[in-house]
Ligand binder design. Structure first.
Ligand code: 8OZ
Length: 366
């Protein structure tokens, strides 16, 4: 049985261990530009088998929170180049999470202060964060407008272009953010998608945009450098589906032939309970569908893992376990898990926004 601390192959990515740093939004990139402090933060955590960056907007329209980074524009790309070279100098591997928030945004954050876009004009009962007079302020998301059919190829193109930018910035690959109630998840799920064209209605139609995005990125940079994150039952950002098992079984069967590096599954409620009584889901069955359809990507699991739970997951066939909050507070998480050393506790007051405090100042063991 493989141990968490043994290497693993995920597509083209050779990872030194089976512990990934989950994507974590930290809101420390004013003007969407990654800072030198961010390079320090990721480099401190480079002993993870894989670093997945915080969600990063593929376009200004894909932006939904104050001070999150982007993957467009010279200054943004130069900022990311500093991050990837520092991580590589520390022997780390890093992929960037490609993000379009869809309706989870606010007119203040959109170019020209227009409405955010979504599959349908249905507002999310969700909050975003703006910065008002220097103070982070939680605000209701704005009413979105439904995307016109003619706009969808442009969105696919934005993803493709961002993936090309990622490789140009020195990233080892990309993770497509298909989770947590953002644009792709909005198209996938019935609560946000009421379209009557080829992108709404049947499962096949609701999965169409996600599959077009994945195929475009695979065509651009290769499946071996492409992962995807999905959250079948999360209620995050006011999202729900009438039949998630059928939806995700279909999606995973379609993803199988694309030879992705990995599939990353958020189990249960993102950052919350792993089991949701009103939203049952069989993850083992989902994985079986993917493998049966020939999917060879590494199977990455996430949400509220500790060492015993992670070891049990690996024993049950998971290839990689992604840790989120423990990585905020423990830059040397891999060493601490290996030694069964105590973990620093993350301070939620410094999760979003600010500078070095609660970001690059958590102590290591040695
Ligand atoms: C926390 C705060 C803002 C955004 C996600 C990108 O849930 C996020 C996110 C998390 O995927």
């Amino acid at each position: 049985m493989p141990s968490l601390f043994e290497p693993v192959q995920a597509g083209d990515l050779h990872l030194a261990n089976r512990i990934a740093m989950a994507p974590l939004t930290r809101n420390r990139a004013p003007d969407a530009i990654p800072t030198p402090l961010m390079a320090t933060y990721y480099t401190q955590r480079a002993s993870a088998g894989l670093l997945i960056t915080e969600a990063t907007a593929i376009s200004p329209q894909g932006q939904g929170y104050a001070d999150v980074p982007g993957l467009y524009g010279t200054e943004q790309l130069d900022g990311w180049k500093r991050v990837t070279s520092a991580v590589h100098a520390a022997d780390g591997k890093i992929v960037v999470q490609l993000w379009h928030v869809g309706r989870v945004s606010h007119t203040d954050l959109q170019p020209g202060n227009v409405a955010p876009v979504a599959p349908s004009a249905i507002r999310a009962k969700a909050k975003t964060v703006l910065i008002k007079d220097g103070v982070p302020t939680y605000t209701d998301t704005s009413m979105p407008r439904a995307l016109d059919l003619s706009e969808l190829p442009g969105i696919v193109q934005d993803y493709r272009h961002a993936a090309r930018n990622a490789i140009a910035c020195g990233f080892d690959g990309v993770e497509i953010h298909g989770a947590n109630g953002y644009l792709l998840d909005q198209f996938l799920k019935t609560s946000a998608n009421r379209r009557t064209d080829d992108y709404g209605g049947s499962i096949r139609n609701r999965a169409r945009l996600t599959l077009e995005v994945v195929r475009a990125i695979v065509d651009e940079i290769g499946g071996g450098r492409t992962g995807i994150r999905l959250s079948p039952v999360t209620p995050a950002n006011d999202i729900a589906d009438d039949n998630p098992q059928q939806l995700f079984d279909y999606l995973l069967a379609q993803l199988a032939p694309l030879e992705l590096a990995y599939v990353h599954i958020v189990e249960g409620a993102t950052g919350g309970p792993r089991e949701l009584p009103d939203r049952p889901f069989d993850y083992a069955a989902l994985k079986a569908v993917y493998r049966k359809a020939g999917g060879k990507g590494a199977w990455m699991v996430n949400n509220a893992y500790d060492r015993p739970l992670a070891e049990a997951a690996v024993a049950a066939g998971a290839d990689i376990v992604a840790f989120g909050r423990p990585f905020i507070a423990n830059p040397d998480l891999v060493a601490r898990l290996e030694k069964n050393a105590p973990l620093n506790k993350p301070d939620s007051a410094t999760f979003y926004g600010g500078a070095a405090a609660g970001y690059t100042d958590y102590p290591t063991l040695y």
